[in-house]
Design a protein around this ligand. Structure first.
Ligand code: HAM
Length: 432
């Protein structure tokens, strides 16, 4: 019989292995506590939605809808379905479907995998994760400032320094229409400089031409008519309102007039958090979306954070992940002490400690290797004689945790084991 094929994961879709768990956990805990701090409630929507939700919500002439969606026909009933490329459309769909705005505004957050058929490279995957927040039913620039402040607090909770804020305004649909007409006229006068993609987009989505990655078209894009020249008083006031709130909270920002975002639902404020040219987070206001998806008009704003990109940044900035491993690794002499060892492990867990009880046999030396690799703070050693005396040896695995004068090893009564370890952990935490 020939050897069975070794099946690989799908390109651009990654496993998250235990080695990265400490990083993910550090991030996820910071997210959960930041969302709580701003009164955002978690919402979980399905990964699969009707294709037309994204076509209508994100926009027909966008990269996502034109070429990046994983869409398929449900073989059982012929429905056109899509793996969500982002979550704002799904969250808004759910808010409308369940009438969540009936009693006032809602602050929602979510996290989970998203799917885009992009060319995989570092920081760009086909399955990636987002954390997002959506503030629905709030029209003022204070809501825009709130979601930006929330991100800012998250970066600082994570100890990230190099993440910079860029903002822009897209105005209202009628202001954009006037600007759009001016843009088409301008680009038509310079058809010879436009590449194929730009020509294709000239009449369908000329705004996206400003977002060109083609260096030959850069000077043309730079000199194009600016939207700000077409904005009315209310839109200008909204943008100025956001900026003055950001200034009042000492949040540095840069206005990037070229920031247009890749989804069509936005109006007024848009923003991105960028580190070394990579967008870690993108968001903005999307007042037209609720109505576009069939709900009673209601304003909204929010953001989506690319989790893998933030984790990469955490690695680059060597963010402290804390211990990451368990608290205690119990090393023991085997069958003869298994029962007292199990008993000790359960008591330690009762006291709230995370414990690995060695399994699989092996001598003390091999077991200590495992204890070291586990990241445990302390090894508890249980030999037959000690167990008979109701004692164990505690070996501090991290230098800082050795209590002064007590060396790296001490004998402790089993009854006092949990308290001794907890006291040392607390003292260690105080030092940190
Ligand atoms: P987005 O800019 O398309 O916005 O995505 C948000 C973030 O997701 C990006 O800044 C990036 O960090 C990450 N991201 C996007 N595509 C990939 C990929 N292929 N691989 C890895 N990371 C990626 C949205 O999705 C909007 N729903 C954000 C929003 C929420 N606006 C208002 N509310």
């Amino acid at each position: 019989m020939s050897k069975p094929e070794r099946i690989q994961g799908v390109r651009g879709m990654n496993d998250v292995l235990p080695a990265d768990e400490a990083l993910w956990t550090r991030f996820e805990e910071a997210v959960a506590s930041t969302m709580r701090a701003y009164g955002y409630q978690r919402i979980r929507t399905p990964i699969v939605e009707h294709t037309r939700l994204f076509v209508r919500g994100i926009g027909e002439v966008t990269d996502i809808v034109e070429k990046e969606m994983y869409s398929f026909t449900d073989a059982l009933n012929g429905e056109m379905l899509t793996l969500r490329p982002e979550s704002t459309a799904g969250v808004v769909r759910s808010v409308i479907e369940h009438n969540l705005l009936y009693d006032g505004p809602k602050r929602l957050w979510y996290t989970g995998p998203m799917f885009r058929h992009e060319r995989p490279q570092k920081g760009r995957y086909r399955q990636f994760h987002q954390v997002g927040a959506e503030a629905l039913g709030l029209a003022g620039p204070d809501a825009d400032a709130e979601v930006i402040l929330l991100c800012h607090r998250l970066w600082s909770d994570l100890g990230l320094n190099g993440v910079k804020l860029e903002i822009n305004t897209l105005g209202q649909p009628d202001e954009r229409r006037a600007h759009r007409a001016a843009l088409i006229e301008y680009f038509e006068r310079h058809l010879d400089v436009l590449d194929e993609e730009a020509r294709r987009r000239l009449h369908s989505n000329p705004l996206r031409i400003l977002d060109t990655k083609n260096p030959q078209m850069q000077p043309l894009a730079d000199a194009a008519p600016r939207l700000i020249e077409f904005l009315g008083e209310a839109s200008l006031a909204h943008f100025e309102g956001l900026q003055s709130l950001l200034r009042s909270q000492n949040i540095p920002y840069r206005i990037n007039p070229r920031l247009v975002r890749g989804l069509d639902y936005y109006n007024l404020s848009v923003f991105e958090w960028v580190a070394d040219g990579i967008a870690l987070c993108g968001g903005g206001r999307y007042d037209p979306l609720v109505e576009m998806l069939g709900g009673r008009a209601a304003p909204g704003c929010g953001f989506g954070i690319g989790v893998e990109r933030v984790l990469e940044r955490m690695r680059a900035e060597a963010v402290d992940l804390g211990g990451g491993g368990c608290d205690v690794y119990i090393v023991h002499q085997g069958a003869g002490v298994l029962e007292p060892a199990l008993q000790a492990a359960e008591r330690l867990r009762d006291a709230g400690l995370d414990v690995i009880l060695h399994a699989g046999g092996g001598g003390f030396k091999a077991q200590f290797k495992r204890a070291d690799a586990s990241g445990a703070f302390v090894a508890v050693v249980l030999g037959e004689d000690e167990a008979a005396r109701g004692e164990a040896t505690v070996k501090w695995l991290r230098e800082a945790s050795a209590a002064p004068g007590e060396g790296r090893q001490q004998s402790v009564a089993l009854e006092a084991l949990a308290q001794t370890i907890i006291d040392a952990l607390v003292a260690d935490g105080d030092d940190a």
